[in-house]
Design a protein around this ligand. Structure first.
Ligand code: GLN
Length: 232
């Protein structure tokens, strides 16, 4: 389904992260390599980035590969902390900007790669769209990102078919979960990348094991197994 990417490090351009890598999100929008569900990510794209402490978003419900405006402007947009995604809408979900990641509560940017039965989620009034990912994002924002691992384990237990790879950033931290979808990590000299799949052939990419929480800050990366009791 969707593919997403997070960056925490020194300032880099959005085009260097999203458009230029040989197997980056632009190429993943039409030729993903590790995607288990769906062939294309043509139902929209979004890039969120921190401008100082302020999260800013550029989203579209059209394919990334046709966006000549983003192609033109993105080399001039630079940030130290980015969340970006290309979307393959789940059957039945609306194709609209408000259903497209990243979602925000004004402090965090958040993307969801996967699917969840909306019947197991509350219906937070703050959800931007009726899309499962928008409702999941609002639920996570309400419970707080410090509880992300518990929230995902709980929802994954309530919906055994759920796929719950979440990626979020607040300008100084990147956090992500793996739950039935792929995620890789690359530690570069200038920062850390989390991505649904490697964007190039660098031998430094490592796969994050399933059902884990990854936390990245300026000085460390931590992996914690999620509490999966009752889910297998
Ligand atoms: N279920 C979400 C949507 O419809 C995310 C889909 C995905 O991961 N491809 O947008």
């Amino acid at each position: 389904m969707c593919r997403h990417l997070g960056w925490l490090g020194t300032e880099v351009s959005l085009s260097a992260l999203v458009l230029e890598p040989p197997r980056g999100l632009l190429v993943q929008s039409y030729a993903p390599r590790r995607q288990k569900h769906g062939l294309l990510n043509a139902d929209g794209w979004g890039v969120g980035f921190f401008d100082g402490g302020v999260p800013r978003r550029w989203r579209s419900a059209a394919p990334l590969w046709g966006d000549t405006s983003f192609e033109s402007v993105s080399p001039a947009l630079r940030s130290h902390c980015v969340v970006a995604a290309v979307r393959s809408a789940t059957v039945g979900m609306p194709i609209e900007i408000s259903a497209t990641a990243p979602f925000t509560d004004g402090r965090w940017l958040l993307s969801h790669n996967g699917v969840v039965d909306r019947a197991v989620l509350p219906l937070p009034s703050s959800a931007e769209s009726c899309c499962d990912s928008a409702i999941l994002a609002a639920t996570i924002f309400e419970r707080g990102l410090d509880a992300l691992g518990d929230t995902i384990a709980e929802i994954g237990t309530a919906d055994p078919l759920a796929r719950l790879n979440v990626l979020a950033a607040n300008g100084s931290r990147l956090i992500a979960t793996t739950w039935n979808e792929t995620l890789s990590i690359l530690r570069r000299p200038d920062g850390v990348v989390l991505a649904s799949e490697p964007y190039d052939e660098d031998t430094g990419w490592a796969d994050v094991p399933d059902r884990h929480l990854v936390e990245v800050s300026a000085d460390r990366v931590t992996l914690t197994a999620l509490d999966t009791k009752g889910t297998r």
